[in-house]
Design a binder for this molecule. Structure first.
Ligand SMILES: [Zn+2]
Length: 340
């Protein structure tokens, strides 16, 4: 018996060793090429998600042409990026070093014929006859425009160059949108620097752009309602457990976990009151209505989250956050009352 056991152990060991040694021959060049291919795919995936988030975000923040608000934040119906090192190393090596590339068209905000022509990888070379080489130069060129005006933009693809007339979108508030592909947990948050991040699991969780609109709308609400300004004052006064302004965050789903390191501190010192949370929800519904989203999906997203990820119901870490049933009830009441 002992012998047989031992034999099978040796046999097992031999298989493991042989398994390693007879691993199909992959050269280091092939491995490198495979890694490069994956990195390229990751970048494309990231850009697809970024286009989705920015597209929904801009629809929420877009001021109608007749709007009385001052036209402070002009944007193109495009997502673009400086041709940085990563980008030029991942399939976009044809771009000049100092140039701007189209990442995606925000199709719901652009005239339909544009979506046939402009695509990722096209270079933006001029705005109103003025050469542009960076995101900053484009933003600068857009500043002099007024509500309802259009802008001539020149694109380049290979040897082909052409011009398009694009509408300018004016936003109520300048907000930076980001996709967080590292955290790995379902969540979304905003910080005092007007930046909103959505994690990739959250983007997988939301079934529709309407659901995503509620999540983004809530975080936008904290910004436009001036909640951060109030808390900035408090924090500047030093009444904190050591969190800096940049570390403070508002999480959409505090119970979902996943925010680590410096941000963990901020969870424990969540800056907003229950009233502020309801105000942000109210603002989210207002923005959803303005952007043409389905308001009833605001409650769907909460219900689904409570069913599929039960721990999101436990908001115990942040005493000021209303619990899910309470918040859902309040949302339904807001919708019933009518959203301005
Ligand atoms: Zn909040």
């Amino acid at each position: 018996m002992v012998f047989r056991k031992r034999k099978s152990f040796i046999l097992g060991l031999a298989i493991v060793v042989a398994g390693c040694m007879t691993y199909p021959g992959v050269t280091s060049e092939e491995r490198k090429a495979f890694r490069g291919e994956l990195q390229g795919k990751r970048l494309e995936h990231y850009y697809d998600q970024a286009v989705r988030v920015v597209s929904v975000g801009y629809r929420l923040l877009k001021i109608n042409p007749k709007g009385e608000a001052s036209p402070n934040h002009p944007e193109l119906p495009l997502l673009y990026s400086n041709a940085n090192k990563t980008l030029r190393e991942t399939g976009y090596d044809f771009l000049p070093k100092k140039s701007v590339m189209v990442v995606g068209l925000l199709s719901k905000l652009a005239p339909p014929q544009l979506s046939l022509k402009i695509k990722r990888g096209d270079q933006i070379v001029m705005v109103e006859e003025k050469p542009v080489h960076s995101e900053g130069e484009i933003n600068e060129a857009l500043k002099s425009f007024r509500q309802g005006e259009a802008v001539n933009v020149r694109f380049k693809r290979g040897l082909d160059e052409w011009e398009e007339t694009l509408p300018i979108i004016f936003l109520e508030q300048e907000v930076k949108f980001a996709v967080d592909g590292k955290t790995g947990y379902l969540n979304a948050w905003t910080n005092a620097l007007n930046s909103i991040s959505v994690t990739t699991p959250m983007l997988r969780f939301v079934k529709t752009d309407d659901e995503l609109a509620f999540i983004l709308g809530h975080e936008i609400g904290h910004i436009t309602e001036g909640h951060w300004l109030t808390t900035r004052v408090i924090y500047a006064g030093g009444a904190t457990a050591g969190a800096t302004v940049g570390q403070m965050i508002d999480q959409f789903a505090p119970g979902a976990g996943g925010v680590a390191g410096a941000l963990a501190q901020a969870i424990l010192t969540s800056p907003f009151s229950k009233e502020m949370e309801y105000d942000a929800d109210r603002a989210a519904l207002k923005y959803m209505k303005r952007g043409g989203f389905d308001l009833s999906q605001a409650t769907h997203v909460f219900k689904r989250m409570a069913v599929e990820i039960p721990k999101t119901q436990k908001f115990s870490i942040v005493a000021s956050h209303p619990a899910t049933p309470e918040r859902m009830h309040e949302l339904e009441a807001m919708i019933e009352k009518g959203v301005p």
